[in-house]
Design a protein around this ligand. Structure first.
Ligand code: GLC
Length: 558
């Protein structure tokens, strides 16, 4: 049992990151889209919340087919979001409040509007080698290009290859057709991307998130996947660790606050991605726990979350990452996920919304790792009350609304699934106050505001001692005050009921026991005698060994 915590655990375990989805955060120039100055305007709010690091989603020039994850220039600012001066002002003002900016590096692919891709399309062999181009069969035509190099599916639906008639070649796009996968096997590409990191380092940036970075290393030969959608060939691919180590070394970012988004990954790989001895990244986002409501792994189908499976996944990832010296990013929510309280909690009544929003926060915030709060989560924002597909903006949601109907669902069923699963569920404007458009903008925003803004907003919650916001502030302060939360050992406890998740943190003679009831019914609790309440979403202790509906409570023994 450890008595002191390591330097790495103290450093990363005392930090709280906050994700800003720039389009939806705050609009300073009233064009309906959030921007850099909008973030600067809200820094005092973020400083009062107590967060240390602001991950800002991509604000680089981009045609915005995937809202900025289709970058056409890595070293400039998209005019919609502001200017380099705006960025510098934001960085200065954030630093003055003790916060770092974390930039989002989309290095698996570029936009097809990127200069490199345009040169490739013009036939320049240097730039053809920047992407994954594969020759089509002789005689292929636009009308009949033949079969693509593999049967892999794009993550946004359809085949992952696009035919270019003028070149008689296919290019790989694991995401949208306008997001062409880069060829990381080409050392020139790796050097270009390391340069991008050095550029932002020289502009004072000291934290980075890497988008789908475990997909960058593709196999040497192209094979059809007869078991799945192709991901087993390129996930945690053959040279992934080597390429990450090189990027970190050449980009000059070893030891900085970095996080990789790891799609469909494994614990063993994430240990290597995040153990400081491997000189790769600081920590990893993994997503298995956010698939416990996918029937047979299918995102576009519905079921209630399997809490026993959720508990098993948390236990495996928390305990095994700790054993291997890895480090987890802790999160329920981001700009690709529905709102957690609508999904794992209960937003159907005010009481269950309030309790379950807080319980979910207790569950992840006291684990071993670095918590990431997604904008609006600290207010308890929910999935929006959208009633028609016209209200959705996301390319994936719009594609799947069509694909679900092609698969035989009625428009009504397809809509219901999209409503529960859409990435737009978390992309509605942050609800700042109860004025029109929720204080996000003076004009109609690019995506609708949820009707709850009249009562669910930052202004109302700031002065309410019982609000979700006030509760998040308490959890953040607690992590900063308690080394046991930052770096104590973690062990999952056999739960007294299948819908309860319980774990224990220990450091020296101290012990913390966290119990979370993922149901609206009373459940048996573990023995709490001799302990004192560290934090709870209820006032006062429960009678005897009972967990109340949606209770999330931590006790400490000192
Ligand atoms: C990541 C991003 C997502 C984006 C995708 C492609 O998963 O979080 O928003 O669409 O990568 O860049």
């Amino acid at each position: 049992m450890s008595c002191v915590i390591s330097e790495r655990d103290a450093r990363l375990g005392s930090k709280i990151a906050y994700e800003i989805y720039i389009r939806s955060f705050n609009d300073s120039n009233n064009d309906g889209v959030g921007d850099l100055r909008g973030i600067t305007e809200r820094l005092d709010y973020l400083a009062t919340l107590g967060v240390d690091c602001l991950w800002i989603t991509p604000f680089f020039p981009s045609p915005q087919n995937d809202n900025g994850y289709d970058v056409s220039d890595y070293c400039a600012i998209e005019p919609k979001f502001g200017t380099m001066e705006d960025f510098q002002e934001l960085s200065r003002e954030a630093a003055a409040r003790g916060m770092d900016l974390m930039l989002d590096m989309v290095f698996n692919h570029t936009s097809t509007e990127h200069e490199w891709f345009k040169r490739a399309l013009a036939g320049d062999s240097k730039y053809l080698a920047y992407y994954k181009f594969v020759d089509a069969e002789p005689g292929a035509t636009e009308e009949d290009p033949g079969t693509p190099p593999t049967n892999w599916e794009s993550k946004f639906g359809g085949n992952a290859w696009e035919y270019v008639p003028s070149l008689n070649k296919w290019y790989l796009h694991l995401f949208d057709v306008t997001q062409a996968d880069l060829n990381w096997d080409n050392p020139e590409v790796r050097a270009e991307l390391a340069n991008v990191l050095r550029f932002w380092r020289s502009n004072g940036v000291s934290a980075f998130r890497f988008d789908v970075v475990n997909l960058i290393s593709k196999p040497a030969t192209w094979e059809d996947d007869h078991e799945g959608d192709g991901r087993r060939f390129y996930t945690d691919g053959p040279h992934i660790h080597e390429y990450l180590q090189e990027m970190v070394r050449e980009g000059g970012i070893d030891g900085l606050m970095t996080v990789g988004e790891m799609s469909s990954t494994s614990i063993d790989n994430c240990i290597r991605y995040s153990n400081p001895d491997c000189h790769e990244l600081g920590m990893a986002f993994s997503f298995h726990h956010l698939k416990v409501d996918y029937p047979d792994g299918e995102k576009w189908a519905l079921m209630d979350p399997d809490i026993a499976e959720l508990r098993r996944l948390f236990a495996d990832w928390q305990e095994q990452m700790a054993e291997g010296g890895g480090w987890n990013a802790l999160f329920w929510s981001n700009h690709d996920q529905p709102r957690p309280n609508s999904r794992f909690g209960d937003d159907s009544t005010h009481a269950s919304w309030l309790l379950s929003s807080k319980m979910l926060a207790v569950c992840t915030h006291l684990m071993r790792g670095t918590p990431y709060i997604y904008q609006g989560e600290e207010l308890g924002m929910t999935n929006p009350d959208f009633a028609s597909i016209d209200q959705y903006r996301d390319v994936e949601s719009i594609n799947y609304y069509r694909i679900l109907q092609e698969r035989g669902h009625s428009p009504k069923e397809a809509f219901h699934i999209v409503h529960e699963r859409s990435r737009d569920d978390s992309r509605t404007p942050v609800q700042w106050d109860d004025t029109q458009y929720a204080g996000f903008s003076a004009v109609e925003p690019w995506i609708g505001v949820d009707g709850s803004y009249t009562w669910l907003n930052a202004a109302a919650e700031s002065n309410d001692p019982n609000s979700v916001l006030t509760f998040f502030k308490r959890l953040i302060a607690l992590r900063k005050a308690e080394p046991i939360i930052q770096g104590g050992d973690i062990r999952f406890v056999d739960e007294p009921a299948p819908c309860v998740i319980a774990y224990e943190r220990t450091l020296g003679d101290e012990r913390v026991l966290v119990q979370c009831n993922f149901s609206g019914d009373e459940q048996p609790a573990l023995d709490l005698s001799g302990g004192e309440v560290l934090v709870s979403n209820y006032d006062g202790a429960a009678d005897g060994a009972i967990l109340r509906p949606w209770e999330g409570t931590a006790y400490i023994w000192r």
